[in-house]
Design a protein around this ligand. Structure first.
Ligand code: AMP
Ligand code: ZN
Length: 106
């Protein structure tokens, strides 16, 4: 299975990584829509929100707490957007669950 985001997680492909721990990786979106545009991913391969199961409850909770932490660290916690694209009709291009953190407007 080829997954571009798994390749980044495995360091087989370069990315501008701003944070990493055992469960998550955060890197800059290659085509930023705002001064700050980060992608927050669980390291485990889950395709989309539609593929979340009961066993992912803690993971998805931790993802939101990470978003809050990263927003503060990046100095954008006074206003930002968190977005999941789900499925092709929802604009999802990469089939590895990721949360967009977008902000940094003046
Ligand atoms: P989506 O699946 O709609 O959430 O979009 C995937 C996002 O990943 C887009 O905003 C792309 O610009 C971004 N993206 C795709 N490939 C890379 C990459 N190699 N490094 C960083 N961001 C990427
Ligand atoms: Zn993946």
């Amino acid at each position: 299975m080829q997954c571009i985001f798994c390749n980044i997680i495995n360091k087989e492909q370069a990315a501008n990584i701003v944070y990493e721990n055992d469960k998550f990786i955060v890197f800059k979106d290659i085509k930023p829509l705002a001064p700050t545009h980060l992608l927050l991913l669980p390291k485990t391969h889950v395709v989309s929100v539609n593929h979340l199961e009961e066993k992912h409850k803690e993971l998805i909770g931790d993802l939101f707490l990470l978003a809050k932490k990263i927003a503060k660290e990046q100095g954008v916690d006074d206003g930002y957007k968190l977005t999941f694209h789900v499925g092709r009709k929802g604009g999802q291009i990469v089939d590895h669950l990721h949360l967009h953190l977008i902000g940094g407007w003046k």
